[in-house]
Design a protein around this ligand. Structure first.
Ligand code: FAD
Length: 405
């Protein structure tokens, strides 16, 4: 099979939630880019365009609006007006409130399948972007001024030379390995289940996060009074929980979430995910950069992974727009420097939150309660956390900032 030889400025490996967003932003910025995705470009076919319910921070929705994705998704999203964080059996709770922050919503809930469909619809509108899907990357070779990438698509082998290689290929990134970037892995020993439920009292724009010794549980508001329930269980209970019938699962969910919204009813299909934290030790290599889960995979309960990954994508697009050489080492260094505070802050917060809030340590209980109460009573701290909770962290890319008419 003779290989076709081509050139591109930027080649993105992985068209998941972050890779697709980056491809759209680059196309909009007039860059020459190629997107390679292993799965067929269909919601449901791509691994992360699935039934998980995403909590999208306000900054994320601003970003999705700026790159033309949000109009394809808005009608399926549910506004989050209030976030309530507590710990089972302990006193005190922390709240973030849209009205207090002076905004119409702190974020929106959207099933990943719907965001995937919106990204695909927007990808269809791109004008310069080259898309290869389903396509598999066979090899990656460093060459003098970039990378030579061998790809098989439609039974054809193509050799594509790129000046910048982007790894948007998820937690177990092949690009990360090929570029020689190490990753540190932490196994939480937890398994996460996702399904929709209908609470007796509609969540009405309220999102809940509740920590307990068995792991965190979250409930996100969805359309028509339903809710997305995210339940974490210790890994050694995962098989038993997966085998529960609907009534057994509802009992467990009720026990873990409590009765704040009355009885939980009508559980939908259940989906399970193992949970790991995977943090790359560097974001860039020679003419290569990692974004999204390839750069950092965080515990899903903090609802930060895509929010953080979109800020990676939009920052990178901002940096390469209009430059002569998108793979220049100074540009990549500036990218990594700009992303560092946001990335490190979110990783530390997600990791610390899950570990501290789930520790079965009676001595910690009064401290945790005091911290939650202090947080809730101290307005400046609440305002700072509300800003961070809405995704305005570090030095954010311009496209996520508020646009005042
Ligand atoms: C249950 C759950 C709930 C979550 N909830 C939230 C939330 O509320 N808010 C939030 O912000 N985040 C949330 N997340 C995290 C979020 O889903 C991820 O951070 C996000 O999907 C990462 O996007 P990505 O594009 O980096 O990686 P992925 O979405 O994993 O996409 C990687 C893509 O690369 C492709 N690929 C892999 N290898 C190759 C290859 N060699 N060649 C070509 N293509 C390849 C894959 O097919 C895939 O499409 C949640 C995660 C889970 C599991």
């Amino acid at each position: 099979m003779a290989a076709m030889s081509e050139r591109t400025d930027i080649l993105i490996v992985g068209g998941g939630l972050v890779g697709a967003s980056l491809a759209i932003a680059l196309d909009q910025a007039g860059c020459d880019a190629t997107l390679v995705e292993a799965s067929a470009p269909r919601a449901g076919a791509q691994p992360s365009y699935d039934e998980r319910n995403l909590a999208l921070a306000r900054a994320t929705v601003n970003g999705l609006r700026a790159i033309g994705v949000w109009p394809h998704a808005a009608s399926r999203a549910t506004a989050i007006k209030h976030i309530h964080v507590s710990r089972a059996g302990e006193f005190g709770a922390a709240r973030i409130d849209a009205a207090e922050a002076g905004v119409d919503a702190v974020g929106w809930t959207l099933p990943a399948r719907e965001l995937g469909a919106a990204l695909l619809a927007r990808l269809d509108e791109t004008t310069r972007l080259k898309r290869l899907a389903p396509a598999s990357v066979k090899s990656l070779q460093p060459v003098a001024d970039g990378w030579q990438v061998r790809i098989e698509a439609d039974g054809q082998v193509r050799d594509i030379h790129t000046r910048l290689l982007v790894g948007a290929d998820g937690t177990h990134s092949m690009v990360r390995q090929s570029v020689g970037i190490q990753a540190e892995t932490y196994d939480y020993g937890q398994h996460l289940f996702v399904c929709t439920v209908t609470p007796q009292r509609a969540p009405d724009g309220r999102a809940f996060e509740r920590f307990s010794d068995q792991g965190p549980v979250a409930l996100l508001p969805l359309a028509a009074g339903s809710a997305g329930l995210v339940l974490t269980v210790p890994e050694d209970q995962a098989e038993t929980v997966a085998a529960l019938d609907d009534a057994g699962y509802l009992d467990l969910a009720q026990q873990r979430f409590g009765w704040r919204l009355g009885a939980l009813t009508r559980p939908g299909k259940r989906f399970g995910y193992p949970i790991q934290r995977v943090a790359s030790t560097r974001l860039t290599g020679s003419r290569a950069v990692l974004v999204g889960n390839a750069a950092q995979t965080v515990h899903p309960i903090g609802a930060q992974g895509f929010n953080l990954g979109l800020r990676d994508a939009l920052t990178l697009a901002e940096k390469v727009a209009g430059t002569d050489d998108p793979g220049a080492s100074a540009l990549l260094a500036a990218y990594a420097e700009q992303r560092a505070p946001d990335r490190e802050g979110v990783m530390a917060m997600s990791h610390g939150l899950v570990r501290l809030a789930c520790l079965d340590e009676p001595m910690l209980a009064p401290l945790r309660s005091a911290a939650l109460l202090a947080y809730d009573r101290f307005t400046p701290l609440r305002q700072l956390m509300a800003r961070r909770g809405m995704g305005f962290r570090g030095r954010p890319p311009r496209q996520v900032l508020e646009v005042t008419p």
